[in-house]
Design a protein around this ligand. Structure first.
Ligand SMILES: [Ca+2]
Ligand SMILES: [Ca+2]
Ligand SMILES: [Ca+2]
Ligand SMILES: [Ca+2]
Length: 250
């Protein structure tokens, strides 16, 4: 609370009777009012009271004008400027910009690659709006694959993602302000397949020897192909002396 332009209470007046101080008036403000109090000696003083709830997020500073008027004719008055600065209370929880963040990243990213960034805002100020991000309810294995910067909300890879091992992760993130308020969101990370597996070929044959008079069309060997990747990355084309045979790993 700041005063300027004069004393706010206990103003000493040298006049007596009706010519001495009679009334205090406050400029109109929906949040504040004056209560006139009286000292044992009969002198009056005002008390500034809050009459409706203050909200720093709506208005952080109120400028009031206090006027003191005597009972003389003509009346004489003086005014005092009062500046009320509303200190912040931690009355807002953080809010994430999205309830669910989704991102697709290729497998085999270098460790430390950026995946995405979660952001929460808090209407309060100072420590009441300082947000810390943490993972919630995730297992140790997933915790080693992803790292979360507690200050910036940036999610990076902490290990090598393998599409063949797992195609999607859903991770909970909590934002906590400097007090006790929290917010939660989910991050869904879909892993995209890369062609990081070579096909495997196996040959099954009945016998190592083929008779020279074998009937044409006799099966000589069964060729099996296998590729761990998906889609086109997992389709295998077999080539035999310039002839193409097609087979799918499925
Ligand atoms: Ca807060
Ligand atoms: Ca606040
Ligand atoms: Ca792959
Ligand atoms: Ca492949």
């Amino acid at each position: 609370l700041y005063y300027s332009g004069g004393a706010a209470q206990g103003v000493a007046y040298s006049d007596v009777g009706v010519n001495s101080l009679q009334q205090y008036y406050l400029s109109h403000n929906p949040h504040f009012s004056l209560i006139q109090k009286e000292n044992p000696d009969g002198s009056r003083y005002p008390e500034l009271v809050v009459k409706t709830p203050l909200d720093r997020e709506e208005q952080s500073c109120h400028h009031l004008v206090l006027t003191a008027v005597d009972g003389g004719d003509p009346a004489r008055s003086c005014t005092t400027q009062i500046e009320v600065v509303v200190a912040d209370a931690n009355d807002n929880a953080p809010v994430f910009t999205q309830d669910m963040y989704k991102v697709s990243v290729p497998e085999n990213l270098p460790v430390g690659s950026s995946v995405l960034r979660v952001t929460a805002t808090d209407l309060d100020e100072g420590v009441n709006a300082e947000i810390t991000y943490t993972f919630i309810n995730i297992g140790k294995a997933v915790r080693q694959l992803f790292k979360l910067d507690s200050t910036t909300g940036e999610l990076t890879t902490g290990g090598v993602l393998d599409f063949e091992e797992r195609q999607s992760y859903t991770i909970g993130v909590e934002a906590k302000d400097g007090g006790r308020h929290t917010a939660h969101c989910k991050v869904q990370i879909d892993i995209l397949d890369e062609n990081d597996n070579a096909p495997e070929i196996t040959l099954d044959s009945e016998s190592k020897h083929i008779l020279e008079d074998v009937k044409l069309g006799t099966v000589v060997a069964l060729i099996k192909t296998y590729d761990l990747d998906s889609g086109l990355n997992g389709e295998v084309f077999c080539q035999l002396k310039g002839h193409y045979l097609y087979s799918s790993s499925a």
